[in-house]
Design a binder for this molecule. Structure first.
Ligand SMILES: Cc1cc2nc3c(=O)[nH]c(=O)nc-3n(C[C@H](O)[C@H](O)[C@H](O)COP(=O)(O)OP(=O)(O)OC[C@H]3O[C@@H](n4cnc5c(N)ncnc54)[C@H](O)[C@@H]3O)c2cc1C
Ligand code: SF4
Length: 338
Protein backbone atom coordinates (compact mmCIF):
# COMPACT_ATOMS: atom_id res chain seq x y z
CA UNK A 1 0.00 0.00 0.00
CA UNK A 2 1.49 3.34 -1.07
CA UNK A 3 0.80 6.27 1.23
CA UNK A 4 0.14 9.88 0.28
CA UNK A 5 2.94 12.16 1.49
CA UNK A 6 1.87 14.95 3.87
CA UNK A 7 0.63 18.20 2.30
CA UNK A 8 -1.42 21.25 3.21
CA UNK A 9 -4.81 21.65 1.50
CA UNK A 10 -6.25 25.00 0.36
CA UNK A 11 -9.78 25.32 -1.05
CA UNK A 12 -10.48 28.59 -2.87
CA UNK A 13 -14.04 29.32 -3.99
CA UNK A 14 -13.41 31.29 -7.19
CA UNK A 15 -10.97 31.22 -10.11
CA UNK A 16 -9.65 34.65 -9.10
CA UNK A 17 -9.00 33.40 -5.56
CA UNK A 18 -7.30 30.23 -6.88
CA UNK A 19 -5.02 32.24 -9.19
CA UNK A 20 -4.10 34.69 -6.39
CA UNK A 21 -3.40 31.78 -4.04
CA UNK A 22 -1.20 30.02 -6.60
CA UNK A 23 0.76 33.24 -7.25
CA UNK A 24 1.27 33.59 -3.52
CA UNK A 25 2.29 29.97 -2.93
CA UNK A 26 4.72 29.72 -5.84
CA UNK A 27 5.99 26.52 -7.50
CA UNK A 28 5.61 24.39 -4.33
CA UNK A 29 1.82 24.25 -4.91
CA UNK A 30 -0.18 22.01 -7.23
CA UNK A 31 -3.75 22.25 -8.51
CA UNK A 32 -6.13 19.39 -7.68
CA UNK A 33 -9.27 18.67 -9.73
CA UNK A 34 -10.60 15.09 -9.47
CA UNK A 35 -7.21 13.88 -8.22
CA UNK A 36 -7.29 10.64 -10.23
CA UNK A 37 -3.91 11.42 -11.81
CA UNK A 38 -2.36 13.81 -9.30
CA UNK A 39 -2.87 11.65 -6.20
CA UNK A 40 -1.38 8.44 -7.69
CA UNK A 41 1.54 10.55 -8.93
CA UNK A 42 2.01 11.93 -5.40
CA UNK A 43 1.95 8.40 -4.00
CA UNK A 44 4.65 7.46 -6.51
CA UNK A 45 6.61 10.58 -5.43
CA UNK A 46 6.63 11.82 -9.01
CA UNK A 47 5.30 15.15 -7.73
CA UNK A 48 5.71 16.25 -4.14
CA UNK A 49 3.75 19.48 -3.59
CA UNK A 50 3.85 21.08 -0.15
CA UNK A 51 0.42 22.62 -0.77
CA UNK A 52 -2.44 21.27 -2.85
CA UNK A 53 -4.98 23.81 -4.13
CA UNK A 54 -8.29 22.02 -4.64
CA UNK A 55 -10.72 23.46 -7.20
CA UNK A 56 -13.64 21.45 -5.80
CA UNK A 57 -15.41 24.56 -4.40
CA UNK A 58 -15.03 26.65 -7.57
CA UNK A 59 -18.56 26.32 -8.95
CA UNK A 60 -17.88 28.54 -11.99
CA UNK A 61 -15.64 25.80 -13.40
CA UNK A 62 -18.47 23.27 -13.71
CA UNK A 63 -21.05 22.67 -16.42
CA UNK A 64 -21.65 22.52 -20.16
CA UNK A 65 -23.41 25.25 -22.09
CA UNK A 66 -23.83 26.36 -25.66
CA UNK A 67 -23.00 30.01 -26.39
CA UNK A 68 -24.89 32.32 -28.77
CA UNK A 69 -22.46 31.66 -31.66
CA UNK A 70 -22.85 27.88 -31.25
CA UNK A 71 -19.59 27.33 -29.33
CA UNK A 72 -19.86 24.56 -26.75
CA UNK A 73 -18.19 25.71 -23.53
CA UNK A 74 -17.27 22.95 -21.09
CA UNK A 75 -16.08 23.99 -17.63
CA UNK A 76 -12.71 22.46 -16.73
CA UNK A 77 -14.15 20.83 -13.61
CA UNK A 78 -16.98 19.10 -15.48
CA UNK A 79 -16.70 15.36 -14.83
CA UNK A 80 -15.90 12.99 -17.67
CA UNK A 81 -19.10 11.09 -16.83
CA UNK A 82 -21.11 14.27 -17.45
CA UNK A 83 -19.30 14.93 -20.76
CA UNK A 84 -19.95 11.34 -21.87
CA UNK A 85 -23.65 11.49 -20.93
CA UNK A 86 -24.41 14.93 -22.38
CA UNK A 87 -26.83 14.93 -25.35
CA UNK A 88 -25.44 18.33 -26.34
CA UNK A 89 -21.88 16.94 -26.54
CA UNK A 90 -23.03 13.78 -28.34
CA UNK A 91 -24.79 15.94 -30.99
CA UNK A 92 -22.15 18.65 -31.35
CA UNK A 93 -18.97 16.62 -30.81
CA UNK A 94 -19.63 12.85 -30.87
CA UNK A 95 -15.93 11.90 -30.83
CA UNK A 96 -15.51 13.82 -27.56
CA UNK A 97 -18.52 12.15 -25.90
CA UNK A 98 -17.25 8.73 -27.00
CA UNK A 99 -13.67 9.38 -25.84
CA UNK A 100 -14.82 10.66 -22.43
CA UNK A 101 -16.97 7.53 -22.07
CA UNK A 102 -13.95 5.26 -22.61
CA UNK A 103 -11.65 6.83 -20.01
CA UNK A 104 -10.69 4.44 -17.21
CA UNK A 105 -13.75 3.12 -15.31
CA UNK A 106 -17.15 4.48 -14.13
CA UNK A 107 -15.76 5.52 -10.72
CA UNK A 108 -12.80 7.33 -12.28
CA UNK A 109 -15.05 9.08 -14.82
CA UNK A 110 -17.21 10.39 -11.98
CA UNK A 111 -14.20 11.80 -10.12
CA UNK A 112 -12.00 12.68 -13.12
CA UNK A 113 -12.60 16.00 -14.87
CA UNK A 114 -12.29 17.15 -18.46
CA UNK A 115 -9.67 19.74 -17.46
CA UNK A 116 -7.63 17.12 -15.60
CA UNK A 117 -7.80 14.89 -18.65
CA UNK A 118 -6.57 17.65 -20.97
CA UNK A 119 -3.71 18.33 -18.54
CA UNK A 120 -2.97 14.65 -17.86
CA UNK A 121 0.78 14.20 -17.57
CA UNK A 122 2.48 12.14 -20.27
CA UNK A 123 2.91 8.50 -19.31
CA UNK A 124 5.74 5.97 -19.57
CA UNK A 125 6.20 2.39 -18.40
CA UNK A 126 9.51 3.43 -16.79
CA UNK A 127 8.07 6.52 -15.07
CA UNK A 128 4.59 5.74 -13.72
CA UNK A 129 6.07 3.53 -11.03
CA UNK A 130 6.79 3.71 -7.32
CA UNK A 131 9.87 5.53 -6.04
CA UNK A 132 11.37 2.15 -5.07
CA UNK A 133 10.86 0.71 -8.59
CA UNK A 134 12.34 3.80 -10.26
CA UNK A 135 15.29 3.96 -7.86
CA UNK A 136 16.17 0.34 -8.71
CA UNK A 137 16.47 1.40 -12.37
CA UNK A 138 18.51 4.53 -11.60
CA UNK A 139 15.52 6.81 -12.37
CA UNK A 140 15.25 8.47 -15.81
CA UNK A 141 15.57 11.75 -17.68
CA UNK A 142 12.05 12.86 -16.82
CA UNK A 143 12.80 12.88 -13.08
CA UNK A 144 15.91 12.44 -10.97
CA UNK A 145 17.97 10.60 -13.64
CA UNK A 146 19.97 11.23 -16.80
CA UNK A 147 19.05 8.32 -19.11
CA UNK A 148 15.97 7.62 -21.19
CA UNK A 149 15.16 3.89 -21.08
CA UNK A 150 12.89 4.10 -24.14
CA UNK A 151 15.27 5.88 -26.52
CA UNK A 152 18.81 5.42 -25.17
CA UNK A 153 20.84 8.57 -25.66
CA UNK A 154 17.75 10.76 -26.11
CA UNK A 155 18.01 14.34 -24.91
CA UNK A 156 14.22 14.69 -24.54
CA UNK A 157 11.58 12.61 -22.81
CA UNK A 158 9.26 10.75 -25.20
CA UNK A 159 6.64 9.71 -22.62
CA UNK A 160 3.27 9.32 -24.33
CA UNK A 161 0.34 11.74 -24.46
CA UNK A 162 -2.32 9.38 -23.08
CA UNK A 163 -5.48 11.41 -22.49
CA UNK A 164 -8.42 10.00 -24.44
CA UNK A 165 -10.30 13.26 -24.88
CA UNK A 166 -7.35 15.21 -26.32
CA UNK A 167 -7.22 13.68 -29.84
CA UNK A 168 -10.98 14.25 -30.12
CA UNK A 169 -10.57 17.86 -28.98
CA UNK A 170 -7.73 18.41 -31.48
CA UNK A 171 -9.95 17.11 -34.30
CA UNK A 172 -12.63 19.56 -33.11
CA UNK A 173 -10.22 22.56 -33.11
CA UNK A 174 -10.92 23.13 -29.42
CA UNK A 175 -9.59 26.22 -27.69
CA UNK A 176 -8.54 26.34 -24.03
CA UNK A 177 -9.40 29.25 -21.77
CA UNK A 178 -6.66 29.71 -19.19
CA UNK A 179 -6.36 32.21 -16.34
CA UNK A 180 -3.17 33.28 -14.62
CA UNK A 181 -1.79 36.27 -12.73
CA UNK A 182 -1.41 38.11 -16.09
CA UNK A 183 -5.12 37.62 -16.95
CA UNK A 184 -7.08 35.30 -19.24
CA UNK A 185 -5.80 33.85 -22.50
CA UNK A 186 -7.16 31.50 -25.14
CA UNK A 187 -4.93 28.87 -26.74
CA UNK A 188 -5.72 26.37 -29.51
CA UNK A 189 -5.41 22.97 -27.83
CA UNK A 190 -2.80 21.80 -30.33
CA UNK A 191 -0.41 24.49 -29.09
CA UNK A 192 -0.48 23.03 -25.58
CA UNK A 193 1.56 20.00 -26.54
CA UNK A 194 5.28 20.09 -27.29
CA UNK A 195 7.74 17.34 -28.16
CA UNK A 196 9.16 17.04 -24.62
CA UNK A 197 7.17 14.67 -22.43
CA UNK A 198 8.70 16.24 -19.32
CA UNK A 199 7.58 19.83 -20.05
CA UNK A 200 4.67 21.45 -18.18
CA UNK A 201 1.66 22.42 -20.22
CA UNK A 202 0.58 25.54 -18.33
CA UNK A 203 2.73 28.38 -17.04
CA UNK A 204 3.25 28.29 -13.25
CA UNK A 205 0.17 29.45 -11.34
CA UNK A 206 -2.28 29.13 -14.26
CA UNK A 207 -5.72 27.54 -14.01
CA UNK A 208 -7.54 25.92 -16.93
CA UNK A 209 -11.00 27.49 -16.89
CA UNK A 210 -12.83 25.92 -19.82
CA UNK A 211 -12.55 23.92 -23.00
CA UNK A 212 -14.30 25.59 -25.95
CA UNK A 213 -15.43 23.58 -28.94
CA UNK A 214 -16.28 25.79 -31.95
CA UNK A 215 -19.59 25.18 -33.78
CA UNK A 216 -19.63 22.05 -35.94
CA UNK A 217 -21.67 21.97 -39.18
CA UNK A 218 -25.02 20.11 -39.41
CA UNK A 219 -23.32 17.25 -41.31
CA UNK A 220 -20.64 16.78 -38.64
CA UNK A 221 -19.78 13.21 -37.66
CA UNK A 222 -17.04 11.93 -35.44
CA UNK A 223 -15.95 8.80 -33.63
CA UNK A 224 -13.25 7.57 -31.27
CA UNK A 225 -11.37 4.27 -31.37
CA UNK A 226 -9.37 2.96 -28.44
CA UNK A 227 -7.02 0.00 -28.30
CA UNK A 228 -6.35 -1.26 -24.79
CA UNK A 229 -5.71 -4.54 -23.08
CA UNK A 230 -8.83 -4.68 -20.90
CA UNK A 231 -12.27 -3.27 -21.48
CA UNK A 232 -11.96 -0.95 -18.50
CA UNK A 233 -9.32 0.91 -16.48
CA UNK A 234 -6.50 0.75 -19.03
CA UNK A 235 -5.02 3.83 -20.69
CA UNK A 236 -4.97 3.82 -24.51
CA UNK A 237 -2.33 1.75 -26.27
CA UNK A 238 -3.52 3.67 -29.32
CA UNK A 239 -6.29 6.30 -29.44
CA UNK A 240 -7.81 7.37 -32.76
CA UNK A 241 -10.16 10.36 -33.17
CA UNK A 242 -11.77 10.91 -36.55
CA UNK A 243 -13.84 13.72 -37.97
CA UNK A 244 -16.04 13.81 -41.05
CA UNK A 245 -17.97 16.95 -41.99
CA UNK A 246 -20.50 16.13 -44.70
CA UNK A 247 -22.05 18.69 -47.07
CA UNK A 248 -25.77 18.88 -47.86
CA UNK A 249 -25.29 16.17 -50.51
CA UNK A 250 -23.69 13.78 -48.00
CA UNK A 251 -20.13 14.11 -49.34
CA UNK A 252 -17.11 14.67 -47.10
CA UNK A 253 -16.13 18.35 -46.94
CA UNK A 254 -13.52 17.88 -44.25
CA UNK A 255 -11.85 14.76 -42.95
CA UNK A 256 -9.54 14.69 -39.98
CA UNK A 257 -7.57 12.06 -38.09
CA UNK A 258 -5.66 12.46 -34.84
CA UNK A 259 -3.79 9.58 -33.20
CA UNK A 260 -2.52 9.50 -29.62
CA UNK A 261 -0.37 7.34 -27.29
CA UNK A 262 2.59 7.56 -29.66
CA UNK A 263 4.89 10.24 -28.19
CA UNK A 264 4.59 13.43 -26.14
CA UNK A 265 1.94 15.00 -28.38
CA UNK A 266 -0.99 13.64 -30.38
CA UNK A 267 -0.36 13.32 -34.11
CA UNK A 268 -2.60 14.74 -36.82
CA UNK A 269 -2.35 12.58 -39.96
CA UNK A 270 -2.23 14.83 -43.00
CA UNK A 271 -3.71 12.39 -45.51
CA UNK A 272 -7.23 12.61 -44.11
CA UNK A 273 -7.81 15.21 -46.88
CA UNK A 274 -8.02 12.22 -49.28
CA UNK A 275 -11.55 11.66 -48.02
CA UNK A 276 -12.85 14.99 -49.33
CA UNK A 277 -15.55 14.56 -52.00
CA UNK A 278 -16.32 10.94 -51.14
CA UNK A 279 -19.65 9.71 -49.75
CA UNK A 280 -19.56 7.40 -46.69
CA UNK A 281 -20.53 3.86 -47.68
CA UNK A 282 -19.41 4.32 -51.32
CA UNK A 283 -16.50 2.41 -52.90
CA UNK A 284 -14.60 5.75 -53.22
CA UNK A 285 -14.95 6.28 -49.47
CA UNK A 286 -13.64 2.76 -48.78
CA UNK A 287 -10.62 3.42 -51.04
CA UNK A 288 -9.94 6.80 -49.44
CA UNK A 289 -10.16 5.32 -45.93
CA UNK A 290 -7.67 2.63 -46.99
CA UNK A 291 -5.29 5.36 -48.26
CA UNK A 292 -5.59 7.34 -45.05
CA UNK A 293 -5.08 4.20 -42.95
CA UNK A 294 -1.92 3.44 -44.97
CA UNK A 295 -0.67 6.99 -44.45
CA UNK A 296 -1.35 6.65 -40.71
CA UNK A 297 0.64 3.42 -40.62
CA UNK A 298 3.59 5.16 -42.29
CA UNK A 299 3.38 8.34 -40.23
CA UNK A 300 2.72 6.91 -36.76
CA UNK A 301 5.69 5.29 -35.11
CA UNK A 302 5.16 3.51 -31.83
CA UNK A 303 7.67 3.34 -29.00
CA UNK A 304 8.20 1.12 -25.98
CA UNK A 305 7.01 4.02 -23.79
CA UNK A 306 3.63 2.48 -22.87
CA UNK A 307 2.71 -1.18 -22.31
CA UNK A 308 2.03 -3.42 -25.31
CA UNK A 309 4.40 -4.60 -28.01
CA UNK A 310 5.21 -1.52 -30.14
CA UNK A 311 5.24 -3.55 -33.38
CA UNK A 312 1.76 -4.91 -32.66
CA UNK A 313 0.52 -1.45 -31.62
CA UNK A 314 1.75 0.03 -34.90
CA UNK A 315 0.04 -2.70 -36.92
CA UNK A 316 -3.18 -1.87 -35.07
CA UNK A 317 -3.07 1.80 -36.14
CA UNK A 318 -4.50 1.24 -39.66
CA UNK A 319 -6.99 -1.30 -38.25
CA UNK A 320 -8.38 1.21 -35.76
CA UNK A 321 -8.24 4.09 -38.26
CA UNK A 322 -10.27 2.07 -40.79
CA UNK A 323 -12.88 0.89 -38.30
CA UNK A 324 -13.24 4.28 -36.66
CA UNK A 325 -13.72 6.11 -39.99
CA UNK A 326 -16.37 3.61 -41.07
CA UNK A 327 -18.10 3.95 -37.69
CA UNK A 328 -18.12 7.75 -38.05
CA UNK A 329 -19.41 7.46 -41.63
CA UNK A 330 -22.30 5.33 -40.37
CA UNK A 331 -23.00 7.79 -37.52
CA UNK A 332 -21.80 5.23 -34.96
CA UNK A 333 -18.85 4.48 -32.69
CA UNK A 334 -16.95 4.14 -30.49
CA UNK A 335 -14.62 1.39 -31.66
CA UNK A 336 -13.42 -0.51 -28.68
CA UNK A 337 -12.53 -4.16 -28.66
CA UNK A 338 -11.62 -6.27 -25.68
C1 LIG B 1 -6.47 3.30 -12.89
C2 LIG B 1 -6.54 4.52 -13.74
C3 LIG B 1 -6.89 4.40 -15.07
C4 LIG B 1 -6.95 5.53 -15.89
N1 LIG B 1 -7.29 5.37 -17.21
C5 LIG B 1 -7.33 6.45 -18.03
C6 LIG B 1 -7.70 6.30 -19.39
O1 LIG B 1 -8.03 5.21 -19.85
N2 LIG B 1 -7.69 7.39 -20.18
C7 LIG B 1 -7.35 8.62 -19.71
O2 LIG B 1 -7.36 9.58 -20.49
N3 LIG B 1 -7.03 8.80 -18.41
C8 LIG B 1 -7.03 7.74 -17.55
N4 LIG B 1 -6.71 7.90 -16.22
C9 LIG B 1 -6.24 9.20 -15.74
C10 LIG B 1 -7.29 10.11 -15.11
O3 LIG B 1 -8.27 9.37 -14.41
C11 LIG B 1 -7.99 10.99 -16.13
O4 LIG B 1 -7.08 11.48 -17.07
C12 LIG B 1 -8.76 12.14 -15.49
O5 LIG B 1 -9.47 12.84 -16.47
C13 LIG B 1 -7.85 13.14 -14.78
O6 LIG B 1 -8.68 14.18 -14.30
P1 LIG B 1 -8.63 14.65 -12.78
O7 LIG B 1 -9.68 15.68 -12.63
O8 LIG B 1 -8.71 13.50 -11.85
O9 LIG B 1 -7.18 15.30 -12.76
P2 LIG B 1 -6.22 15.57 -11.53
O10 LIG B 1 -5.54 14.32 -11.14
O11 LIG B 1 -6.89 16.35 -10.47
O12 LIG B 1 -5.18 16.54 -12.26
C14 LIG B 1 -4.38 16.11 -13.34
C15 LIG B 1 -3.34 17.20 -13.63
O13 LIG B 1 -3.97 18.36 -14.15
C16 LIG B 1 -3.79 19.49 -13.30
N5 LIG B 1 -5.09 20.17 -13.32
C17 LIG B 1 -6.30 19.57 -13.27
N6 LIG B 1 -7.29 20.47 -13.46
C18 LIG B 1 -6.68 21.68 -13.60
C19 LIG B 1 -7.16 22.98 -13.87
N7 LIG B 1 -8.47 23.25 -14.03
N8 LIG B 1 -6.26 23.99 -13.97
C20 LIG B 1 -4.91 23.75 -13.81
N9 LIG B 1 -4.41 22.51 -13.60
C21 LIG B 1 -5.27 21.49 -13.50
C22 LIG B 1 -3.36 18.92 -11.96
O14 LIG B 1 -2.52 19.83 -11.25
C23 LIG B 1 -2.60 17.69 -12.40
O15 LIG B 1 -1.29 18.04 -12.80
C24 LIG B 1 -6.66 6.79 -15.36
C25 LIG B 1 -6.32 6.94 -14.02
C26 LIG B 1 -6.26 5.81 -13.20
C27 LIG B 1 -5.92 5.97 -11.76
S1 SF4 C 1 10.40 8.37 -22.18
FE1 SF4 C 1 12.44 8.11 -21.26
S2 SF4 C 1 12.79 9.99 -20.08
FE2 SF4 C 1 10.60 9.89 -20.56
S3 SF4 C 1 9.66 8.94 -18.79
FE3 SF4 C 1 10.14 7.28 -20.23
S4 SF4 C 1 12.19 6.54 -19.68
FE4 SF4 C 1 11.86 8.51 -18.67
Amino acid sequence: MLRLPAFALRQPSSVAEAVALLADLGPGAKVLAGGTDLLPNMKHELVTPEVVVSLARVGELRGIHREADGTLALGALTSLAEVAASDEVARHAPALAQAAGLVASPQLRRMGTLGGNVLLDTRCRYYNRSFFWRSALGFCLKKDGTECHVVPGASRCVAAASADTVPALVSLDAVLEIEGAAGRRRVPIEELFGSDGAASRLAPGEVLVSVRVPPTPPGHRGAYGKLRERGSIDFPLIGVAVRLDLDAGGRVERGDLVVTALAARPKRVARAAALVGTRPGSPEFHDAVRDVAGAAHRQCSTLANVPGDPVWRREMVPVYVTRTFHAAGDGGGPIHHV
